[in-house]
Design a protein around this ligand. Structure first.
Ligand SMILES: NC(=O)c1ccc[n+]([C@@H]2O[C@H](COP(=O)([O-])OP(=O)(O)OC[C@H]3O[C@@H](n4cnc5c(N)ncnc54)[C@H](OP(=O)(O)O)[C@@H]3O)[C@@H](O)[C@H]2O)c1
Length: 254
């Protein structure tokens, strides 16, 4: 019997797939039957995850692309179509947070980089995949990994938080403009155990403060986010569009 939530015959691009949440999304999607295209800047990490997927019987294409560069994003989508014939699913997950500190002190270069990857990159990839799906008269699903930072006050990570609010806004507006052929949803993770969050998870004071407000009393794992992405990407999530699924153990409500 086929599993209830599956991605059989689907082709999915996952950005930021060399580690953390993106790598777990790629593994989960491959287990669910998808052919996956893994993107990030460095090919080594991608190849390692792709090899794991292939060894487990799945199909994966590692592809190096900087998600702040529109031409590299276009080349990524073209490579996915060339290899697997189409793209059905995009998970925008690669993001950056180069500055940690009071918002007023951020340098322009760090501001630009944060918006370039986290907002322009998500938008450019969405545009490429949505146009591709529209041009072949298919059905697509786009999942944007945002953050609870997009709707909570986030001292010392203010500009990063602004980019996540922008992703949520983009998701809502595009859900109206892209229906009925392309569904687009966001996930708002709380604190998840990855390299990205290590400055927070390894700081006892920050960790304790977050845990006090987190009903489930644990840091999230990449698999907690990957399962939400699987639901939104699959046909079982077929009536979700414009949603923001919070996966934070209750932190943002505490
Ligand atoms: N961890 C958390 O607590 C948390 C909470 C809320 C939201 N999120 C969101 O979850 C997503 C994934 O985060 P994570 O925690 O899994 O981070 P991570 O473990 O640090 O992984 C980040 C991934 O993004 C790639 N990447 C970074 N900059 C890139 C660029 N310019 N172009 C292409 N790829 C790039 C990295 O690979 P390369 O170095 O090879 O490029 C890596 O694969 C992000 O959108 C983040 O904002 C995380």
């Amino acid at each position: 019997m086929e599993p209830v939530i599956h991605l059989t015959d689907k082709v999915a691009i996952v950005t930021g797939a060399s580690r953390g949440i993106g790598a777990e999304v790629a593994r989960t999607f491959a287990r669910a039957g998808a052919k996956v295209v893994l993107a990030s800047r460095k090919i080594e990490g991608l190849t390692a995850v792709a090899d794991e997927i292939t060894a487990a019987g799945g199909e994966a294409l590692p592809y190096a692309a900087h998600m702040g560069k529109t031409e590299e994003i276009q080349a990524l989508v073209a490579a996915a179509v060339e290899r697997f014939g189409k793209v059905d699913v995009l998970v925008n997950n690669a993001a950056t947070n180069p500055y940690f500190g009071p918002m007023l002190n951020i340098e322009d270069a760090a501001w630009d980089k944060t918006f370039e990857v986290n907002v322009k990159g998500y938008f450019a990839a969405t545009r490429e995949v949505a146009r591709h799906v529209q041009s072949r008269g298919g059905q697509g699903s786009i999942v944007n990994v945002a953050s609870v930072a997009g709707f909570m006050a986030m001292p010392l990570q203010g500009v990063y938080a602004m980019t996540k609010a922008a992703v949520i806004s983009m998701t809502r507006t595009l859900s109206v403009e892209l229906g009925p052929d392309v569904r687009i949803n966001a996930i708002a993770p709380g604190l998840i155990d990855t390299k990205f969050a290590s400055a927070l998870t390894q700081n006892e004071h920050i960790l304790e403060t977050v845990m006090q407000k987190t009903s489930l009393k644990r840091v999230g794992q990449p698999a907690d986010v990957a399962s939400a992405a699987l639901l939104l990407a699959s046909d079982m999530g077929g009536y979700f569009t414009g949603s923001v699924l919070t996966v934070d153990g209750g932190w943002s409500l505490g």
